[in-house]
Write a protein that binds this ligand. Structure first.
Ligand code: SF4
Length: 310
């Protein structure tokens, strides 16, 4: 069957990050993770202690590599990716915890060496909306005139009751105000969504995509809820296991969600990327390729594509 989705060169019926970056920048982009010693207002007591119940924080996925000097971290980690994608464009990825949760002067010091480096294609900064005031947005807007700047923002669900249960300490309104401030700044935004929260129905998860799919954002990352060891959720799960989505339920749901997204949005992920050794459930998420393939098959079997039902 011919793939009717326009933003694809293969069987994908949604816009992948690879397609978007090749089309936009002429080459694929890769993110080089940097651990810059941030924490999160949801962990240090500013808003709450303990963090979002599913959050394992910023584990070091590159043990043995320097944690001190950020440029050295970048250099060592980049070598690994560069080997895989010699033509790729590297982005400095401030990944762990909330990477705008410091005074602006300190943020400038941390970001500046990467902004000044012509070999660094851009910055990707993971953070929370409540760590982005107008002053920080203004600064990043100015940086975005010279370099690619992406913000990764956690939303997870549009349902405030779910956000309370997750201990997110943010509401949908907080998020929408932030997205509004980021409009027309040149800063690109990628929004995280979680499927499979135990008290959410399928309709609630579809509703999240319906709302997010209309927002002026660049990309979404869709994940299954991962129950990880050493998290409040993991402790609860061990004491009293709760039901999680099966692989079939998840893949059908994501295929439906894709149909509700704006056609030109980037679907950066359709499944999560957790450390298998930390995962308690659901174990089917470890086989990422199989999950992605099943989503492709469901889209093709139903002749669905991104944006078909929005
Ligand atoms: S906001 Fe992010 S870093 Fe902070 S606790 Fe939640 S998931 Fe973890």
């Amino acid at each position: 069957m011919i793939n009717p989705y326009p933003h694809s060169e293969d069987n994908k019926r949604y816009q992948t990050m690879n397609y978007y970056t090749k089309k936009t920048y002429g080459s694929r982009v890769y993110k080089v993770p940097i651990e810059a010693g941030f924490t999160c207002p949801n962990r240090d007591g500013n808003k709450a202690y303990g963090g979002c119940v599913f959050c394992a924080g910023g584990s070091n996925s590159f043990p043995g590599i320097s944690q001190k000097d950020l440029r050295e971290q970048y250099r060592q980690r980049k070598e690994i990716f560069e080997h895989k994608w010699p033509q790729g464009l590297p982005m400095a990825y401030f990944q762990s915890y909330s990477n705008t949760y410091k005074p602006l002067a300190e943020l400038k010091e941390l970001y500046q060496p990467f902004i000044a480096d012509d070999q660094v294609f851009g910055l990707v900064i993971a953070t929370r909306c409540d760590c982005l005031d107008q002053e920080k947005i203004g600064y990043l807007q100015e940086v975005a005139q010279r370099k690619e700047v992406w913000l990764e923002l956690g939303l997870q669900s549009i349902h405030d009751q779910t956000l309370r249960e997750m201990n997110r300490q943010e509401t949908l309104d907080d998020f929408l105000v932030c997205i509004d401030r980021l409009q027309n700044t040149g800063i690109k935004t990628s929004v995280h969504l979680i499927n499979g929260w135990p008290s959410e129905s399928e309709e609630m998860m579809l509703e999240t995509t319906r709302v997010v799919g209309k927002l002026p954002i660049t990309a979404v990352k869709i994940h299954m809820l991962h129950v990880l060891r050493n998290t409040p959720l993991g402790i609860r799960y061990r004491q009293e296991p709760f039901e999680l989505l099966s692989k079939q339920q998840y893949t059908e749901l994501v295929a439906r969600q894709i149909t509700l997204l704006r056609e030109d949005m980037v679907v950066e992920r359709v499944t999560g990327d957790g450390l298998a050794s930390e995962l308690l459930a659901p174990l089917w998420t470890i086989k990422k390729v199989s999950v992605i393939n099943d989503i492709d098959k469901i889209l093709a079997a139903n002749n669905w594509w991104q944006g078909k039902f929005r």
